[in-house]
Ligand binder design. Structure first.
Ligand SMILES: [Zn+2]
Length: 216
Protein backbone atom coordinates (compact mmCIF):
# COMPACT_ATOMS: atom_id res chain seq x y z
CA UNK A 1 0.00 0.00 0.00
CA UNK A 2 1.82 3.12 -1.15
CA UNK A 3 0.62 6.68 -0.88
CA UNK A 4 1.82 9.08 -3.58
CA UNK A 5 4.75 11.32 -2.71
CA UNK A 6 6.76 10.56 0.35
CA UNK A 7 4.85 8.44 2.85
CA UNK A 8 4.48 4.65 2.90
CA UNK A 9 2.14 2.77 5.26
CA UNK A 10 2.45 -0.95 5.88
CA UNK A 11 -0.03 -2.92 7.94
CA UNK A 12 0.95 -6.11 9.75
CA UNK A 13 -1.97 -8.08 11.10
CA UNK A 14 -1.08 -10.10 14.19
CA UNK A 15 -2.94 -12.87 15.97
CA UNK A 16 -3.08 -12.20 19.73
CA UNK A 17 -5.08 -13.69 22.60
CA UNK A 18 -7.12 -12.26 25.44
CA UNK A 19 -7.33 -15.21 27.84
CA UNK A 20 -8.33 -18.02 25.50
CA UNK A 21 -10.02 -15.79 22.96
CA UNK A 22 -7.95 -15.22 19.79
CA UNK A 23 -8.34 -12.05 17.74
CA UNK A 24 -6.39 -9.97 15.26
CA UNK A 25 -4.77 -6.59 15.70
CA UNK A 26 -2.97 -4.22 13.32
CA UNK A 27 0.56 -2.97 13.85
CA UNK A 28 1.65 -0.25 11.44
CA UNK A 29 4.95 0.92 10.07
CA UNK A 30 4.89 4.38 8.50
CA UNK A 31 7.96 5.71 6.77
CA UNK A 32 9.16 8.55 4.65
CA UNK A 33 10.85 7.45 1.44
CA UNK A 34 13.19 10.41 1.20
CA UNK A 35 14.59 10.51 4.73
CA UNK A 36 14.10 6.75 5.52
CA UNK A 37 12.61 7.76 8.87
CA UNK A 38 9.87 5.55 10.23
CA UNK A 39 7.51 5.18 13.17
CA UNK A 40 5.91 2.04 14.60
CA UNK A 41 2.29 2.43 15.69
CA UNK A 42 0.56 0.13 18.20
CA UNK A 43 2.96 -2.81 18.52
CA UNK A 44 0.75 -5.25 20.42
CA UNK A 45 3.30 -7.94 19.72
CA UNK A 46 6.46 -8.51 17.74
CA UNK A 47 5.93 -8.60 13.99
CA UNK A 48 8.64 -10.43 12.05
CA UNK A 49 7.55 -8.90 8.73
CA UNK A 50 7.83 -5.40 10.14
CA UNK A 51 11.34 -6.03 11.41
CA UNK A 52 12.39 -7.51 8.07
CA UNK A 53 11.05 -4.52 6.16
CA UNK A 54 12.86 -2.08 8.45
CA UNK A 55 16.07 -3.97 7.72
CA UNK A 56 15.55 -4.33 3.97
CA UNK A 57 14.52 -0.69 3.53
CA UNK A 58 17.32 0.47 5.87
CA UNK A 59 14.89 2.56 7.90
CA UNK A 60 15.67 4.63 10.95
CA UNK A 61 12.83 4.08 13.44
CA UNK A 62 12.48 7.33 15.38
CA UNK A 63 9.43 6.62 17.55
CA UNK A 64 6.97 4.03 18.79
CA UNK A 65 3.48 5.46 19.29
CA UNK A 66 0.32 4.06 20.87
CA UNK A 67 -3.25 5.11 20.19
CA UNK A 68 -4.11 3.82 23.67
CA UNK A 69 -2.77 1.63 26.44
CA UNK A 70 -4.58 -1.67 25.94
CA UNK A 71 -2.12 -4.57 25.84
CA UNK A 72 -2.91 -5.50 22.24
CA UNK A 73 -1.61 -2.08 21.15
CA UNK A 74 1.38 -1.74 23.47
CA UNK A 75 2.84 -5.06 24.66
CA UNK A 76 5.90 -4.85 22.37
CA UNK A 77 6.64 -1.16 23.14
CA UNK A 78 9.86 -1.73 25.03
CA UNK A 79 11.02 -4.45 22.66
CA UNK A 80 10.88 -2.03 19.74
CA UNK A 81 12.11 1.05 21.60
CA UNK A 82 15.06 -1.02 22.82
CA UNK A 83 15.80 -2.60 19.48
CA UNK A 84 15.69 0.69 17.55
CA UNK A 85 16.87 3.05 20.29
CA UNK A 86 13.85 5.33 20.21
CA UNK A 87 11.22 6.66 22.62
CA UNK A 88 7.69 5.41 23.20
CA UNK A 89 4.89 8.00 23.04
CA UNK A 90 1.54 7.37 24.68
CA UNK A 91 -1.48 9.13 26.11
CA UNK A 92 -1.18 10.49 29.66
CA UNK A 93 -4.85 9.71 30.32
CA UNK A 94 -4.07 6.05 29.54
CA UNK A 95 -1.75 5.58 32.53
CA UNK A 96 -4.38 3.45 34.27
CA UNK A 97 -4.32 1.06 31.32
CA UNK A 98 -0.52 0.93 31.12
CA UNK A 99 -0.48 0.18 34.85
CA UNK A 100 -2.56 -2.94 34.19
CA UNK A 101 -0.08 -4.21 31.58
CA UNK A 102 3.46 -5.39 32.04
CA UNK A 103 5.65 -2.53 33.27
CA UNK A 104 7.61 -2.64 30.01
CA UNK A 105 4.78 -1.14 28.04
CA UNK A 106 4.92 2.24 29.84
CA UNK A 107 5.62 5.21 27.53
CA UNK A 108 8.70 7.41 27.89
CA UNK A 109 6.86 10.52 26.73
CA UNK A 110 3.21 11.30 27.43
CA UNK A 111 0.96 13.33 25.17
CA UNK A 112 -2.39 15.03 25.72
CA UNK A 113 -5.28 15.96 23.49
CA UNK A 114 -4.26 18.57 20.91
CA UNK A 115 -0.53 17.98 21.27
CA UNK A 116 1.66 18.06 18.19
CA UNK A 117 4.60 15.66 18.07
CA UNK A 118 7.31 16.95 15.76
CA UNK A 119 9.60 14.29 14.35
CA UNK A 120 11.96 15.16 11.53
CA UNK A 121 9.95 13.67 8.68
CA UNK A 122 6.50 13.72 10.29
CA UNK A 123 4.20 15.93 12.25
CA UNK A 124 1.75 13.96 14.37
CA UNK A 125 -1.35 15.61 15.81
CA UNK A 126 -3.11 14.00 18.75
CA UNK A 127 -6.90 13.99 18.56
CA UNK A 128 -8.52 12.29 21.55
CA UNK A 129 -11.97 10.73 21.33
CA UNK A 130 -12.58 9.11 24.75
CA UNK A 131 -15.11 6.34 25.18
CA UNK A 132 -13.30 3.09 24.33
CA UNK A 133 -10.81 4.18 27.00
CA UNK A 134 -10.22 7.47 28.82
CA UNK A 135 -7.29 8.70 26.79
CA UNK A 136 -8.00 6.94 23.51
CA UNK A 137 -6.26 8.88 20.77
CA UNK A 138 -6.26 9.24 17.02
CA UNK A 139 -2.92 10.08 15.43
CA UNK A 140 -3.04 12.38 12.42
CA UNK A 141 0.27 11.84 10.64
CA UNK A 142 1.33 14.55 8.23
CA UNK A 143 4.28 14.74 5.93
CA UNK A 144 4.92 16.61 2.69
CA UNK A 145 1.86 16.11 0.51
CA UNK A 146 0.10 13.46 2.58
CA UNK A 147 -2.06 13.23 5.70
CA UNK A 148 -3.34 9.96 7.15
CA UNK A 149 -5.16 9.01 10.33
CA UNK A 150 -4.60 6.14 12.75
CA UNK A 151 -7.77 5.64 14.74
CA UNK A 152 -6.84 2.81 17.15
CA UNK A 153 -10.01 1.36 18.65
CA UNK A 154 -12.06 4.53 18.16
CA UNK A 155 -13.24 4.31 14.56
CA UNK A 156 -13.29 1.15 12.44
CA UNK A 157 -14.56 0.45 8.96
CA UNK A 158 -18.33 0.34 9.54
CA UNK A 159 -18.01 0.16 13.34
CA UNK A 160 -16.81 2.02 16.40
CA UNK A 161 -14.85 0.92 19.45
CA UNK A 162 -16.35 -1.13 22.22
CA UNK A 163 -17.22 0.59 25.49
CA UNK A 164 -17.51 -0.71 29.05
CA UNK A 165 -19.27 0.68 32.13
CA UNK A 166 -17.28 2.24 34.98
CA UNK A 167 -18.21 3.84 38.33
CA UNK A 168 -19.45 6.98 36.62
CA UNK A 169 -20.95 6.04 33.26
CA UNK A 170 -22.78 3.16 31.60
CA UNK A 171 -21.40 1.49 28.47
CA UNK A 172 -24.14 3.21 26.48
CA UNK A 173 -23.21 6.66 27.84
CA UNK A 174 -19.61 6.05 26.92
CA UNK A 175 -20.61 4.91 23.47
CA UNK A 176 -22.51 8.17 23.05
CA UNK A 177 -19.44 10.07 24.25
CA UNK A 178 -17.35 8.30 21.61
CA UNK A 179 -19.92 8.93 18.86
CA UNK A 180 -20.10 12.63 19.73
CA UNK A 181 -16.32 12.97 19.77
CA UNK A 182 -15.87 11.21 16.41
CA UNK A 183 -18.50 13.41 14.79
CA UNK A 184 -17.05 16.57 16.28
CA UNK A 185 -13.33 15.93 15.94
CA UNK A 186 -12.81 13.42 13.11
CA UNK A 187 -15.67 14.01 10.72
CA UNK A 188 -14.57 17.61 10.20
CA UNK A 189 -11.39 16.30 8.53
CA UNK A 190 -11.01 16.02 4.77
CA UNK A 191 -13.11 13.13 3.42
CA UNK A 192 -10.20 11.78 1.41
CA UNK A 193 -8.02 11.17 4.42
CA UNK A 194 -7.23 7.48 4.71
CA UNK A 195 -8.12 5.88 8.03
CA UNK A 196 -6.06 3.02 9.45
CA UNK A 197 -7.83 1.39 12.42
CA UNK A 198 -6.45 -0.82 15.17
CA UNK A 199 -8.41 -3.81 13.90
CA UNK A 200 -9.66 -4.66 10.42
CA UNK A 201 -9.37 -2.95 7.07
CA UNK A 202 -8.60 0.64 6.20
CA UNK A 203 -11.27 3.12 5.16
CA UNK A 204 -11.58 6.89 4.65
CA UNK A 205 -13.19 9.71 6.62
CA UNK A 206 -15.60 10.27 3.72
CA UNK A 207 -16.67 6.63 3.53
CA UNK A 208 -17.37 6.46 7.27
CA UNK A 209 -19.29 9.75 7.21
CA UNK A 210 -21.57 8.24 4.58
CA UNK A 211 -21.87 4.59 5.61
CA UNK A 212 -20.97 3.96 9.27
CA UNK A 213 -24.30 3.03 10.83
CA UNK A 214 -23.20 4.11 14.31
CA UNK A 215 -22.47 7.59 13.07
CA UNK A 216 -25.12 8.52 10.48
ZN1 LIG B 1 -8.49 -1.19 22.88
Amino acid sequence: MCIPLAMVVKRFELAVKHGDIPFKVNVYLVYDIASREGVVIDPGDRAAGLERLIEVEKLNVVAVLNTHGHFDHSDANSYYSGRYGCKVYGSRAEEYNYDRNNADSHPDIFFDDGDVINLDAFTIRVIQTPGHSRGSSNLLVETIGATILFTGDNLFKGKIGRTWPDDEFSARQKQQQLINAIKEKLFCLDGEIKVYPGHGDMTTIGQERLTNRYLI
